[in-house]
Every structure is written in C-alpha cells, then in structure tokens.
Design a protein around this ligand. Sequence first.
Ligand SMILES: Cc1ncc(COP(=O)(O)O)c(C=O)c1O
Length: 418
Amino acid sequence: MTMRSTAEALDAQDPLAKYRQQFLINDPSLCYLDGNSLGRIPRETITVVENYLRHEWGTKLVSGWAQWIDEAQTVGDLIGRSALGATAGQTLCVDTTSVNFYQLCCAAVDARPGRNIVISDTANFPTDRYVLEGICKQRGLKLVLIDDDHGEEFVSTEMLAAVLSENVALVTLSVIQYRSGSLHDVAKLTKLARDAGALFVWDASHGVGVVPLQFDRDGVDLAVGCTYKYGNSGPGSPAWLYVSRAIQNKLGVPIQGWFAQEDQFEMGQGFERAPGMRGYQVASPSIVGLRCVSTAFSMIEQAGLPAIARKAAHGTELMIALHDAWLAPLGFSLVTSRDAKHRGGHITLRHPQARKISEAMRIFGNVIGDFRRPDCLRLAISPLPTSYAEVWDGFSRIRDLVATRKHDEIRESTNRVT
Ligand SMILES: Cc1ncc(COP(=O)(O)O)c(C=O)c1O
C-alpha cells in the first residue's frame, strides 16, 4: 500500500478515472484533499452557466420565468434520484442548509404539540446546534444534546434509546459527522425515534454524493443537505430539503412565502398552501445556482452512487494505510472508523500541531486539507475528481513536511477561515 505504484495501479483500474478530466484542474501539482468542504468545479458548469447568462437571462429576460419557475422541483428530483434514494416529488433544491434545517425542524416540533424535548448531539455541526437553541428558546422547548464530542463522535442506537421518551418531539443528527467523519446508521436510528413517536431530521451535508443514501427505503421522514461538498456545485450553491411523501401534507413550515401559495400568480389575500413539495418552497430560486447543481448532479447520476461509494471506501482505506505506515510514527492518531461501512469520503487525524500542519501543508506542500478545532486534520477523497495518486502524493508530502518540522515555521494565523 505504501508504494506509489499501488496508487497508480488503483487509478489504472478505476472505472471513475475518466471523470477527473471533466473538472477544471489549473494546477496539476496541487493535492486537493478538501472536496468534503468545497468540491472542484466541473468544466461543463462554466459552459452551462455562460449559456444560461447569454441565451436565457440575457435574451429572454423576464419571459424566462415561464421555464424557470419549477426548476427547484426538477433539480430537487435529480438530487433525489441520483444521490438520496428518493423518488420524484419529495426533494426541493432551495435556499441554504441552515434555512432548510430551521424550516424542517420547526415543522417537526409544531407537528408534535405537547412534546417538549428536542434531541441532538454535542458533536453536531455548529449551525444545527445554534438553530436548535433558537427554536427551543422561541418555543419553550428543552434541548438535550447527547455527549459524543470525543472519539469517533458516534451516536449508537443505545445512546439514543437512553434519552428517548414520550416527550421527545424531534431528533436530529448528521448522517456523517463533520469533524470525525463517522457515519450513523440512518435506518435504525430513524426507526427508533419513530417508534417513540418523534420525527427525525437528518443533516446529510457530508454524505450526499459520497455514500449511497436510501431515504425512501430507510423510512426517512425529513432531511436537509448542501450541494457544494461532494456535490461539486460551487460555494453557496442552493441546498436541498427532503420531505417524505407520506407526511408532506401533514406538516407546515414557518416561512410562508409566495412560492408555496396554491395560486401563486393570483396574488390574492390570505395564504393557501399548495399541496406537495411546492408547499415547502419559500421564494424565487437562484437559477444560476440551480444550473450549477443540475450539471454536477447529472455527472453523479451518470457515474452512479454505488461506484462513487466504492471509490470513497478504497480511497479512505489507502489514506488509513498511509497514516499507519507514515504518520502514526510522527504523532498522528486516527479518529475515523477503520470500518469503511462507518465512514464516508473523509478521514480525520488528530495531532497536537494540527493547525500549524494544515497551514504548512498549503504553504510549503501544495496540499489542501483542513483543520477543525481542537486538534483535527480532515483529509478527503472526492471520488469523481480525486485520483489515488493525488492522495498518495498528498500523504507523502505531509509525511516529509512533519518529519522535517516545517510546520514549526508557521506563526499565529490571521486567516478567519480554517
Ligand atoms: C453538516 C453541515 N450542516 C450545515 C452546514 C451549513 O451549510 P450552509 O452554510 O449552506 O447553511 C454545513 C456547512 O459546511 C455542514 O457541514
């Protein structure tokens, strides 16, 4: 596993290798191991967006809305069938993950009047915890956070069962933990919450486009996620929300915008909600953003999630082998599970100097990963654009850099973003 020829052989047999050239790669010597944070840009996106600007917005002007008006639903359906295991009519591509999370969590707690507890975990992504704090404060609910802010940051069925009761309205977790990379058991945890009468909102931001989610099969009620990580749709690209058909007309979101109005262009008095997923749409979607999403998710659909997930498993296995051989002797330890069934596309390593190492990697090694407090370094394979050789080169540069203590040259960081 530690020979470069092993990585080269994996690339030679890789059924997804052809996708790398479909991405814009300006610097071939860069090892980009941060596709779990922001994916690379597909070349096609540049053409699609330019065509949209010139030949749709530029030419059709406001008449274009006749074609654009339902695009949040059609692009939502594409995300659903390519990456979520969701049949049509259950996914919308709109707004941001944070806004969608607020919308669906409010919808869930409002659908369980008389229950006053919301459950999440301490290791969950900050926006989720902050939004929940706000919802609980506004509605007088109690927020219970399962303490898993250590080790693999994994919430087991036993840990959830221990805090469930007939007073729980909502349970919400991330499919993959943003920091440790742990993958939760979506089907089992959802069933446990449902059996206790609670609704579950999943945040699949770190899972979408890299693990084969099966929302319809797994009985998922509600979920949100972004499109800019393994979705490769660009910084701030529209996010998505999923509401299972069975509960769509039983729940309502707090922001009642005009896109959810049954007779939208009647522009009449009083809100009358459209049935189905349109009832969850607030406002005019970003059509430029939707084109970025549809281009990138069409590539995911063509490549197929099973093949993408297989490459993520092999790529993270290669990373773990290189960590064991090269990085563990230099003071690193592995946080993420060694079992590929319990992780997605990124692994997390702990090192007391992780922040300096992450910066030194960019400055001296031309390797991009990222640092997460307090001492974590995240490294990812994004199966469509990343090659196995890119992973190997990145790890060998990290090894050389830390072995020669180049990171000691890094001073206090002035960068607000890590
Ligand atoms: C798990 C998770 N949830 C939510 C968000 C926030 O997404 P947004 O800024 O699109 O609201 C992120 C961002 O990285 C995330 O990783």
